[in-house]
Design a protein around this ligand. Structure first.
Ligand SMILES: Nc1ncnc2c1ncn2[C@@H]1O[C@H](COP(=O)(O)OP(=O)(O)O)[C@@H](O)[C@H]1O
Length: 193
């Protein structure tokens, strides 16, 4: 990778307001804790966490243009704009910051939506994004509690919270999150049977 850790942190943090960088710091710390707890690679978890919101504050037009020009997810263009930064973030991590590890790139790509068949690293980064210390939404303490003993249980609760929030506002739901949630429930049921 062309950037060392400090250079990457400087480059990424300069692209977002201080408050969002604080959130990223929280995701970095939490992702490392969860990686250690559940046997994922903490270095990869931290790298994905550093980069996960790199494109979060880019102008929507720029995100749209990159999605179209580079033929990123066509499907995602039909859904909430707030989901685009994850797909563009993975693209930028590879092209701009030289990340070649597919596991890390996927953890960035799916950190907001989730997906079916989430890897251990996907789960760790996505859950860290839900429960980092700066997060404050109804149910976050339950997610933190669940995360002490069940990665899948905590993440499913996170997706339940997002889906419930979107339902309560009558917003369109990107269906991959529902499929990701169902897949986690299936994994929990299989583990308990
Ligand atoms: N499946 C989905 N369909 C539509 N909107 C979604 C979905 N998942 C998340 N969102 C919305 O995307 C936004 C960003 O999600 P969030 O988890 O806060 O990501 P980040 O940490 O990258 O900011 C939130 O407003 C959330 O409601």
């Amino acid at each position: 990778m062309a950037y060392n850790r400090d250079e990457l942190i400087a480059a990424v943090s300069s692209q977002m307001p201080a408050k969002r960088w604080e959130h990223t710091r929280g995701v970095m710390e939490t992702a490392v804790i969860l990686a250690d707890r559940y046997g994922a690679d903490p270095v990869k978890a931290e790298l994905a966490a550093i980069l996960h919101d790199v494109a979060k504050y880019w102008p929507i037009q720029k995100l749209h243009q990159m999605m179209v020009e580079h033929a990123l997810s066509e499907e995602l263009l039909h859904y909430d704009k707030r989901l685009w930064h994850a797909e563009v973030g993975a693209f930028v991590a590879e092209l701009e910051y030289g990340v070649t590890d597919v596991e890390v790139l996927d953890a960035i790509r799916y950190h907001t939506s989730g997906r079916v068949g989430m890897t251990l690293l996907d789960k760790v980064v996505c859950l860290a994004d839900y429960m980092e210390p700066g997060r404050d939404f109804p149910g976050v303490n339950n997610i933190r509690e669940l995360a002490n003993h069940s990665l899948e249980g905590a993440l499913a609760a996170g997706f339940d919270s997002t889906i419930g929030f979107l339902l309560s506002r009558r917003q369109i739901i990107f269906p991959l999150t529902v499929l990701a949630r169902n897949d986690l429930i299936k994994q929990l049921e299989e583990a308990n049977s």
